[in-house]
Design a protein around this ligand. Sequence first.
Ligand SMILES: Nc1nc2c(ncn2[C@@H]2O[C@H](COP(=O)(O)OP(=O)(O)OP(=O)(O)O)[C@@H](O)[C@H]2O)c(=O)[nH]1
Length: 322
Amino acid sequence: MNASSEAAGAIADAQPGTPHRSGFACFVGRPNAGKSTLTNALVGTKVAITSNRPQTTRHTVRGIVHRPEAQLVLVDTPGLHKPRTLLGERLNDVVRTTWSEVDVIGFCIPADQKLGPGDRFIAGELAGLKKKTPKFAVITKSDLVESDTLAAQLIAVDQLGKELGIEWAEIIPVSATEGSQVGLLADLLVPHLPEGPPLYPDGDLTDEPEQVMVAELIREAALEGVRDELPHSIAVVVEEMVPREDRPADRPLLDVHANLFIERPSQKGIVIGPKGKRLKDVGTTSRKHIEALLGTPVFLDLHVKVAKDWQRDPKQLRRLGF
Ligand SMILES: Nc1nc2c(ncn2[C@@H]2O[C@H](COP(=O)(O)OP(=O)(O)OP(=O)(O)O)[C@@H](O)[C@H]2O)c(=O)[nH]1
């Protein structure tokens, strides 16, 4: 996939003699802290999936920030939380594995909410890491608060670091939606990367397989449709994406076959809706997003299937890609 890489305020030319740096950063934080939105703002396109529902990021989506002097690969992890199901445990494992592999960690804390047990849980885990990876405290959603509230949050985060023995490399407020300080954050992260050549070709935004991104777009639309009824019971698998045969070159069509899995037969009615209206809306909305992502007209064939209690069943989890 290609796109302009100027989102994070790319500088025109690298300084002569400046070594090229490349490496990985990840954002951690409790659900809804703004990690995906920040990743998107840094990269400048919709790669990670955002929604106002917590815990929507299941897959490790990488966004890539290209600079003349550096390449910053962003790994977007699911929110770390106290596990209640097997899925929860797997997600936490993913987070810890990610932490041990990156060059710099950004701990996202929303400016508009007081530090809570969720933040302390994650900060405690960060403090306990054996590897001394540099840690940034990123105060997200700075646009939502007045400057005195923001200042109080900066102090609280500084204090939290002192209490737990974390030495923040920086404490930086950002607003991903307003683009405020997003470029500066990239500037500050880059010096923490090791010297090395670019890891990905210029222009790449993510190496997430397209099918996974398409599945995430469908799941996002499906979640919006059912609001509070089925928060974490939906999984989507794209079975096949094939160009339709016998189409004129100037009018291509991509056939996308996807299954939307729910946990119980009783949830079918909620997803499908009266006279199939909800499922139709999910199809229409996600098709638009898929077309925008892939740049081609799409025919979306979407089926609802029951995968009994998939969140608790290791075999089902593997089949659904976890
Ligand atoms: N006003 C404002 N809202 C933001 C900002 N960043 C994120 N949000 C909103 O906060 C909500 C959560 O953002 P996400 O980026 O999905 O949060 P996340 O941390 O990736 O969430 P999980 O995937 O659940 O871990 C969304 O409704 C965003 O629109 C910001 O800078 N300003």
